[in-house]
Design a protein around this ligand. Structure first.
Ligand code: COA
Length: 340
């Protein structure tokens, strides 16, 4: 007989499957040149972005999330009813409530799962993965579903050239389970927040402080507002800092890392942080040119590309890192190895 205590012996959790989804419609830099005073050259040089995917009207975060989730569950060799826990990192839920986790649970038929949304902006996936890994390690979940999904186009002001060129829509999902292999799985995490940076990147209205009103709409306060340079500096410094802390705690030098998968906010942010850390460019995954900043979806989109390109292989030591609004900072160290 399995007792409650024996079934809750801590074990290492791992990502056993991964899947992503982006909506088919592509918004190129040339398209944006027709909408605001910008140029393909400026966007590419300052951000590294060529194009991003955006949804058609009526398509929401839970739709993208459900597409990715169905694939991830199938790739893990599971049925939706095997999932017992869902955590969705998102900044753009379909609505304030019900949660995206509830909407996804219903859409995919994960009738045995409980779950919730997690608001950590661009650290949504890393924080959701941390949460699910803890649940699995402690025996609270057998098959957890971690989702990072955002429809940023729903909160972007397409008359503001300082933000509209950056963001895109997308989703990624991973099934997290106990790792049977001691050499595969999540080793450690390092998460911290700095609420003093809240005003640097926010959506000012639509919450309890400034509920939606004709006035807030007239002032365009339901869109992303950011102090680009402040965010840039914080992101470079803390991408490096979060990586350094987790490496130090695990007695590892940067050379031991096989691949660095950072949140994709700006090509220059990722490369400067990697350089300061001493990780060469060939060990850094950058796919921002095709997707822009999809907030909670960038890391699974980058992981998925790295797997497809065979840059990420079984047994590789992977460092994942994110910086997002809040500010939120997160990093995870893991030995990669999907189920199949
Ligand atoms: N096209 C053309 N010119 C633009 C522009 C655009 N899309 N956006 C801004 N500019 C202009 C500015 O108005 C400014 O003009 P000025 O010198 O005449 O005043 C000039 O370009 C330089 O602006 P600046 O803000 O200094 O540019 P930057 O090099 O810092 O790049 C960001 C701007 C937003 C790309 C950059 O700061 C950034 O990536 N910040 C981090 C944002 C982020 O990561 N957000 C999400 C966090 S998870």
């Amino acid at each position: 007989m399995v007792t409650a205590s024996s079934s809750r012996t801590p074990c290492r959790a791992r990502i056993s499957s991964l899947a992503t989804y982006v909506p088919p419609r592509v918004l190129t830099n040339a398209d944006l040149e027709k909408m605001v005073d910008t140029s393909d050259e400026w966007i590419l040089q300052r951000t590294g972005i060529r194009e991003r995917h955006i949804v058609e009207p009526g398509v929401a975060t839970s739709d993208l999330a459900a597409e990715a989730a169905r694939q991830a569950i199938a790739r893990a060799g599971l049925k939706p009813t095997d999932i017992d826990f869902i955590v969705v990192g998102t900044t753009t839920p379909d609505m304030l409530f019900p949660s995206t986790a509830c909407l996804v649970q219903h859409k995919i038929g994960a009738t045995r799962a409980w779950g919730y949304d997690l608001f950590a902006a661009c650290s949504g996936f890393t924080y959701a993965l941390t949460t699910a890994a803890q649940m699995v390690s402690n025996g609270g979940s057998r098959h957890a579903l971690v989702i990072g999904a955002d429809v940023m186009s729903s909160i972007i002001d397409y008359t503001d050239r300082t933000t509209c060129v950056i963001f895109g829509d997308g989703a990624g999902a991973a099934v997290v389970e106990a790792s049977g292999d001691p050499d595969i799985g999540i080793i450690d995490f390092e998460n911290y927040i700095d609420g003093s940076g809240g005003e640097s990147l926010c959506m000012p209205a639509g919450g309890s402080l400034r509920p939606a009103s004709t006035d807030t709409i007239a002032q365009r306060l339901h869109y992303v507002k950011q102090d680009g340079q402040a965010v840039f500096k914080f992101a470079v410094r803390n991408t490096e800092e979060a990586c350094r802390r987790i490496l130090q705690r695990n007695n590892l030098s940067a050379e031991k890392i096989d691949l660095l998968v950072s949140h994709q906010a700006n090509r220059r942010i990722i490369l400067s942080a990697a350089e300061k850390l001493g990780v060469p460019e060939e060990k850094v995954v950058i796919n921002i040119e095709r997707f822009g900043n999809t907030t909670a979806a960038t890391i699974p989109l980058a992981l998925s590309d790295a797997v497809d390109d065979q840059r990420l292989k079984r047994g590789d030591l992977l460092l994942m890192v994110s910086v997002g609004a809040g500010f939120t900072v997160g990093s995870l160290l893991l030995k990669w190895g999907l189920k199949t």
